[in-house]
Design a protein around this ligand. Structure first.
Ligand SMILES: NC(=O)c1ccc[n+]([C@@H]2O[C@H](COP(=O)([O-])OP(=O)(O)OC[C@H]3O[C@@H](n4cnc5c(N)ncnc54)[C@H](O)[C@@H]3O)[C@@H](O)[C@H]2O)c1
Ligand SMILES: [Zn+2]
Length: 349
């Protein structure tokens, strides 16, 4: 299989995204000229490795959101120092969104900015986290509050890595893949999964090109995320992020229907993609979501860090997805009630 190559065009920060089997072996092509050393940042429990002809060391990070902290950044930087990594060298991140977020952030601050190459090993990383240059760590007061925009030199999405990815992690990625079905408006159902991954990476690349620092259309990537974040904050910890996003996408369709922005057929399409195609938003998961108090969820949605103008949702409509600020809480309440009452919301046809 030949690799697909997508360019992220950002002037002097431009870079390619390669998607295909075996692309992880092509690190050396993307190492900056003049680099003499490399640090590979990875979670050693991930059964995927890369190699480079440069002298290199592996800097391990421990998996799990609890370790996505400033203290991990300090540990990495101290290892960079001991290894003698200079500003003209390179950091190689091999892992899921957690690894690319922390390695990218460490690279962004190491000597005020050192090159990083991302090798995402999860589906979510390949279609989302590794592309676009957002890096961050958490503080106890909130997720991803400390970070930097730092574009990688290249993103090598090696599909071989997905062979070992646990089912649940795959589903999490599919929750994000589902959102791309509605962002670009093309028929992703008609192509095989590897082509879909490539298309998702391409959609993300185009959005990032248009809005590198998230002042506008990049927010469309939050489709399904308003309710998802509220469910996560309300403590539906049995729902993984992508599973919560899947529910959020179906709810966004219900809300758009309540507001007469879309018709029943469009709602049905949401169900086909999310439930039939990807097996997400199962009855059990919807029941878990529905066990939350509606006013509590609305309260969390109001506090969403991206909601600068009242209750903000990304909603489908005749012009495609749009960011809709100041949605009337009464409409949100009505839509949530009918969504939860019917278990799967409006299911027509
Ligand atoms: N920067 C961005 O734009 C952006 C976008 C979305 C999400 N994120 C961040 O990404 C993180 C979530 O990323 P994720 O879903 O990739 O999770 P993750 O990085 O936590 O990885 C999930 C699990 O999969 C394991 N794993 C990874 N690759 C594997 C493989 N090939 N085979 C077997 N196991 C493997 C990991 O060890 C881990 O246990 C969050 O911290 C989130 O904030 C960032
Ligand atoms: Zn997400």
């Amino acid at each position: 299989m030949t690799a697909h190559r997508i360019e992220v065009s950002l002037g002097d920060r431009s870079y390619p995204v390669l998607v295909g089997r075996g692309v992880g072996s092509r690190i050396d092509e993307f190492v900056p000229a003049g680099a003499k050393r490399a640090v590979v940042v990875t979670d050693p429990t991930i059964p995927f490795t890369v190699s480079t002809s440069l002298p290199s060391m592996v800097s391990p990070v421990v998996g799990g959101e609890d370790h996505k902290t400033l203290s991990t950044i300090e540990t990495l930087c101290r290892e960079f120092a001991r290894f003698g990594l200079t500003r003209s060298d390179v950091v190689i991140a091999v892992g899921g969104g957690l690894v690319t977020d922390v390695a990218g952030f460490a690279a962004s601050v190491w000597h005020r900015g050192t090159a990083v190459i991302h090798v995402p090993t999860t589906l979510l990383g390949m279609v989302d986290a590794a592309i676009g240059g957002k890096t961050a760590v958490n503080v106890p007061e909130g997720k991803n509050l400390v970070g930097a925009f730092w574009q990688p030199r290249a993103v090598l999405a090696d599909l071989d890595a997905l062979d070992t990815l646990p089912q649940r992690e795959l589903r999490c990625g599919l929750g994000e893949v589902a959102k791309y079905h509605f962002i670009a408006g093309d028929d992703l159902l008609s192509v095989p999964l590897d082509a879909r991954i490539t298309r998702c990476a391409e959609i993300k690349a185009r959005i990032v090109e248009g809005d590198e620092r998230e002042s506008g259309q990049r927010a469309l990537l939050n489709y399904g995320h308003t309710l998802a974040h509220a469910l996560e904050s309300a403590g539906s910890h049995d729902l993984a992020h992508g599973e919560a996003v899947a529910i959020g996408i179906l709810f966004a369709a219900e809300l758009a229907r309540t507001l007469d922005r879309i018709d029943d057929a469009r709602v049905t399409l949401h169900h086909r993609v999310v439930r039939d195609e990807y097996g997400l938003a199962t009855d059990e998961q919807l029941a878990s979501a529905a066990s939350n108090e509606i006013p509590t969820l609305i309260d969390f949605m109001r506090r969403d860090k991206k909601a600068t103008d009242g209750l903000t949702f990304v909603l489908d409509g005749s012009r495609g997805l749009e960011v809709v600020p100041n949605v009337d809480p009464v409409d949100v309440q009505t839509a949530l009630e009918s969504f939860f009452a019917r278990g799967v919301g409006r299911q027509i046809g």
